[in-house]
Design a protein around this ligand. Sequence first.
Ligand SMILES: *Cc1c(COP(=O)(O)O)cnc(C)c1O
Length: 431
Amino acid sequence: MYQMQLQVGLFYIKSMNYKNTEKFSLDLDLNDDLKKYRDEFHIPLQKNGKEHIYFCGNSLGLQAKRTKKFLNQELEDWATFGVEGHFHAKNPWMPYHEFLTESYSKIVGAKKSEVVAMNTLTVNLHLMLVSFYRPTKNRYKIIIEADAFPSDIYAVESQIKHHGYSVDDCLIKLNSRRGEASIRIDDIEDIIRDEGDKIALIMLGGVNYYTGQVFDFERIVKAGKERGIFVGFDLAHAVGNIQLDLHKWDIDFAVWCSYKYLNSGPGSVAGAFVHEKHHSSDLPRFAGWWGHDKETRFDMPNTFKAIKSVEGWQLSNPPILSLAAIRASLSIFDEVGMERLVVKSKKLTDYLVFLLSTIKTNRIQIITPKERGCQISIRVKNGNKALFDAIMAQGVIADWRAPDVIRVAPVPLYNSFSDVFKFYRILKSSI
Ligand SMILES: *Cc1c(COP(=O)(O)O)cnc(C)c1O
C-alpha cells in the first residue's frame, strides 16, 4: 500500500512535467512495470505489418496468447473423455464455472458466494430484473441513464411492459444538464429524494458506455437505501477497468460481460453478482436445473431447490470453451491485480488528456469527466465519419459514435504510452 501511494505521488509530480514528444512517451514505456504484458496479447497488424494502435478494448478486448492453451486443454479432454470429461477432464466440467469464482470475486470486490459466470449480459440483466423489479401500484418506477446502452433500455422497457405498466409512467431517464455531458450526482440524489417512494429500482451503468463517466456508487446506493429502493449496476464498462467493491458498497445486484476489458473473446459468457443478503430470500426468479441444489441435481427431482448463493440464479450448464477463454484472461488479472492496473490506467489517460490539451484548436472537447476509467470520449466539433475514417486509415482502431464523438480506450494491460503519443499525433494532423 505504501509503495502504491508513493507511486501515485511520484506520478503526480511527474504528470506536472509531461512532454508531448515521442522520446518522452518511450521513456514512460521504459518505466512501465506492466510493459511485459503487452507481449502476452495478439496486437492486430496493419496491412503494412505494423501493429495497430488498438484503442477498442472497451468494445472487444484483445486475445491473450495463453487463451489457445486453455481452449486446447478442453478440446483435448473432450476428445479423450467424451462425456466423462465432466468428471475426469484435467479441469472437470461439472464444477468448471467455480474455477472462475475466486478471480472474479477479487476483480469486483465480492464474496465468492456472490459472483458467478453465466449466460450473456442482457440475459443476466433480465434475470436480475425478474428478481429485483417487482412493480406495485405504489412503487413502480425505474431510474436509468437517458443515454444508457440501448440493450439496457430495451431490457428495462420490455420488463415494464411485461408487468402490464406503461413505460412513460415508469421510466425515469437521467439526463445531464444542458451544455454538460456528465450526469451530476446531486441531480440523481434530488430525483431519489423527490420521487423515492414511487421508485422500485435504480439501474445504472457503473461506467457510462458513451461518456466514460464513473458513477459515485456509494452515494447512489446510500440515497437508494434510505428510500427502500433496490440498486443494481450494469458493469459492462466497469469490470476490469476500475476498482470495484460491490459487497462493501451494499449493491443488490450487478451484471457484466467478459469480452470488453476482460478480454475473453467475442460473445463470451457474462457474469453476475447478487449480494449475499438476498441468497436465502424468497425473491421470485426464473429457474433452471443448474441453479438447483448441487447435492440432488442429478436425482432429477421435480421440485426446484435453489442453491443458496448467486449460483441459484444459473439456468443451464455453461459453455466450457467460453469459460476456458475467461479463465485464461482472469489468470492474467490474478497476476497483475486491479490496483496496479488502475495505477497505470490513470497514467495513460492523464497522459492522453495532457497531449490533447496541447493541440491548439477549439474543435476538440473531452466529454469524459475526471471520474473515469480508461475510456476517453472526444467530441470533435464539425467532425464527421470521414474524419474518423481518415484517422482509422492511419492505423488506429477506435470507435465512432454519431454525430461527433470518438471513443478511445488505452487499456493498461496491452496499450503503451507510445500508442497514446502516436494517436495524439495522428489526431492532431487530421483535424
Ligand atoms: C456491451 C454492452 C452490452 C452488450 O450486451 P450483450 O448482451 O453482451 O450483447 C449491454 N449493455 C451495456 C451497458 C454494454 O456496455
